[in-house]
Design a binder for this molecule. Structure first.
Ligand SMILES: N[C@@H](CCC(=O)N[C@@H](CS)C(=O)NCC(=O)O)C(=O)O
Length: 262
């Protein structure tokens, strides 16, 4: 039996739900409320000491880290294969997912936190917010959260996030001008990895970023037409979160354009 500890709007959880759907695997949902600090509770930390979602439990065996979970699922349940056969294409897929884990995921937190989610935190009683931040196990993540909640788009890391995203979008557009999918001619864990991040730009009303990037828009349309898109995202969407991102994201676009012009 497969159990997934996840959260409705978590980008990392969306990747894993999409992989499960592509493979048509049944799974049991263990839904966490990240704003209620479910991820910091002692029982959950025994499964995932990093205090983050997702966590997969397959027949009692625990797997953490969303990219590792997706690869695990592809190895354990190989049909349909979500890794390219050719070694070079497989390496390309892993270069994309490595970049996601090492860079883009962190800055996505900066982008959506500084633009939108900080308002959820600022609405909390001060002592509750202090405890929430203090409970974040990873010091880098803790510092990022504090800064983005307090300073929003004025935090220096916000401009860094805009730069990181812009370079990523430039590189992705270039790749897609050469190959139909990110790692060659087949849909793979690379698209699954990045789908939640394209969704996030869409949710934040930042799709104008794609104005001169038609290949990325075309990729996103192809991804949205797959049944796994609903299982990953639409079926779990939190309307209040989406409304907040849409409102604050529209207000943020001029600031992002200003940073891009610098
Ligand atoms: N490298 C981890 C990152 C997981 C992660 O950042 N999860 C976020 C949601 S996308 C989370 O659980 N955040 C909890 C928090 O912010 O306290 C993975 O890929 O699984």
């Amino acid at each position: 039996m497969i159990e997934l500890y996840h959260a409705s709007m978590s980008t990392c959880a969306q990747k894993v739900r999409m992989t499960l759907a592509e493979k048509q695997l049944d799974w049991d949902s263990k839904l966490l409320d990240l704003r209620a600090s479910d991820q910091h509770q002692p029982d959950y930390l025994k499964l995932n000491p990093n205090g983050v979602v997702p966590t997969l439990v397959d027949d009692g065996q625990v797997v953490i880290e969303s990219t590792v979970i997706c690869e695990y699922l592809d190895d354990a349940y190989p049909d349909p294969a979500l890794k390219p056969e050719a070694p070079l294409a497989r390496a390309t897929m892993r270069q994309w997912t490595k970049r996601l884990d090492e860079v883009l995921h962190f800055y996505t937190g900066v982008l959506s936190g500084s633009i939108a989610f900080r308002y959820q935190h600022l609405a909390r009683p001060a002592n509750e917010l202090k405890a929430y931040i203090a409970n974040i196990p990873d010091p880098k993540r803790r510092a990022r959260q504090r800064e983005q909640i307090e300073r929003g788009m004025d935090a220096p890391q916000f401009a860094d996030a805009v730069g990181v995203f812009d370079s990523f979008l430039t590189d992705l557009e270039e790749q897609l001008a050469q190959t139909r999918w990110m790692a060659g001619e087949s849909f793979s864990l690379a698209e699954i990895g990045y789908t939640p991040y394209l969704i996030r730009l869409d949710e934040l009303q930042l799709w104008a970023w794609m104005d001169k990037r038609p290949h990325i828009s075309n990729l996103y349309e192809r991804i949205k037409s797959r049944p796994s898109f609903a299982a990953a995202y639409l079926d779990w969407r939190n309307d209040a979160f989406c409304a907040l991102m849409a409102e604050k994201g529209s207000e943020a676009w001029p600031k992002i354009q200003e940073i891009l012009r610098q």
